[in-house]
Design a protein around this ligand. Structure first.
Ligand code: HGY
Ligand code: MN
Ligand code: MN
Length: 430
């Protein structure tokens, strides 16, 4: 870091112990622990408890705090009266058996940034808003970013009523179970006139930064995702009495489809496309019965919009062919679809100037993972800062790891970027 010109704020931002303490506090709010990773699913009491930790921390700093009908929690440092706020934040829910850092790092960064600005007695021109989004992971209900979608107006109560978890509980029922009121979801909508820009800090969930010994990633594109549920229909029958040539084995057929999907993602024209079938349910799931039905949950990611959608159509066509070849049939259902998102060049330019000033090495890169920022891009100008993921970038796993000093450095860059954005429209256009 450049010596000499660091302000008190920058010194405070390198508070590594503050990072560790908050990461530990959130990690303790989990159904699982240690080698089992963190499990804090969206719209559960544990997620709401994490929002309460965030709210209490922010109100102790003197910020006004409220949780809206979508379960998003927003703390505000008031500006000089103009309405358009500058925001930062991320999500507090996890995938099952996930890591300690996904989403949490962006909320901890918002907390420590607010702490730094409060310690510096910073009086912003724009309102500064620090946000914890609800239910970002798609792991429980299939569609990601429910809280930020409600903020951006890209989903509604009717659509959320259709999304169900593996116990058949809908998003709306889960919201009610934790005291939220889905009948007031319109109140959670963010108005364009209330927002200038939004920045999310997040772990990279890849190994580009760590491999390149870079301090900070500036994201230019967030991958899109198309999520399908493929259902293979065969005939359940006795595993002993049914001759091999008389079978309609849905699992054999589904296995061929999984391999066909993998081959599709690996072919030359799909370099950059990622296809994952992370959830498979065979029924009746009994050793002595030939599987009669298998559902495959497919996640297709890409930074190229047309290719992402075309891949989904090609995959469905190939899956239908493969199912027929194995004397079974196939239904395809679209669970969710989000386009790849380009982030603000102006914010990347401001962020690269800030990281240069702070003596940090930055790299511009795409995000393979999806994020709340993708939804908020429909409300205002957005940017993302990545901090390095170690352990070969593994994420959505107990082995997910980022160093506290890298996170603290990210907090410093975030704080600098927020104040640069706050002052940006003060300077005459160059
Ligand atoms: O699935 C994702 O990319 C994100 O972690 N929700
Ligand atoms: Mn995340
Ligand atoms: Mn995630």
């Amino acid at each position: 870091m450049t010596e000499g010109n660091s302000t008190a704020a920058e010194q405070v931002a390198l508070d590594v112990s503050g990072v560790d303490e908050l990461i530990d506090r959130f990690a303790a709010l989990s159904e699982t622990h240690g080698a089992e990773g963190v499990t804090r699913l969206g719209y559960t009491p544990l997620e709401r408890e994490a929002h309460q930790v965030f709210a209490t921390f922010m109100s102790h700093l003197g910020l006004s705090v409220h949780s809206d009908a979508a379960g998003n929690t927003i703390a505000e440092l008031p500006g000089d009266g103009r309405p358009d706020g500058i925001g930062t934040g991320s999500h507090l829910d996890s995938v099952p058996h996930g890591g300690r850092f996904d989403g949490i790092v962006g909320v901890v960064a918002a907390m420590l940034c607010a702490q730094t600005l409060a310690a510096d007695d910073y009086h912003p021109r724009h309102p500064l808003r620090f946000v914890a989004f609800a239910n970002e992971e798609g792991a429980r209900f299939g569609q990601a970013c429910n809280g930020s979608r409600l903020a951006a107006g890209t989903t509604d109560a009717e659509a959320l009523g259709e999304l169900r978890d593996r116990d058949g509980i809908s998003v709306l029922e889960a919201m009610r179970s934790v005291g939220l009121d889905p009948d007031r979801l319109d109140e959670a909508r963010w108005r364009r006139e209330d927002w200038d820009s939004f920045i999310e800090m997040h772990i990279e969930q890849g190994s580009v930064l760590a491999d390149g010994a870079d301090d900070i990633g500036l994201v230019d594109t967030i991958s899109g995702s198309t999520r399908l549920r493929l259902t293979v229909h065969g005939v359940a029958s006795h595993s002993g009495g049914t001759p091999m040539l008389a079978r309609h084995d849905a699992l054999v057929s589904a296995s061929a489809i999984v391999l066909a999907a993998n081959d599709l993602a690996l072919d030359a024209e799909h370099f950059g496309t990622r296809i994952t079938i992370g959830r498979i349910i065979a029924s009746p799931n009994s050793m002595t019965t030939i599987p009669g039905e298998v559902t495959l949950d497919v996640d297709i990611r890409d930074v190229d919009t047309d290719r992402q959608r075309q891949t989904a159509l090609t995959l469905i066509a190939r899956a239908k062919e493969t199912a027929a070849l194995h004397d079974t049939s196939l239904d395809a259902h679209l669970i969710a679809d989000t386009a790849p998102t380009l982030l603000s060049r102006r914010i990347i330019e401001l962020a690269s100037r800030e990281t240069d000033r702070l003596g940090m090495v930055h790299r511009v890169l795409a995000s393979g993972a999806s994020h709340d920022t993708q939804q908020i891009s429909r409300v205002c100008e957005t940017g993302m800062l990545f901090v390095p993921s170690l352990h070969h970038g593994v994420s959505h796993s107990p082995d997910e790891f980022s160093r506290a000093e890298d996170i603290a450095r990210g907090v410093q860059a975030l704080t600098g970027l927020l104040t640069a954005l706050d002052m940006a429209d003060e300077q005459p256009a160059s």
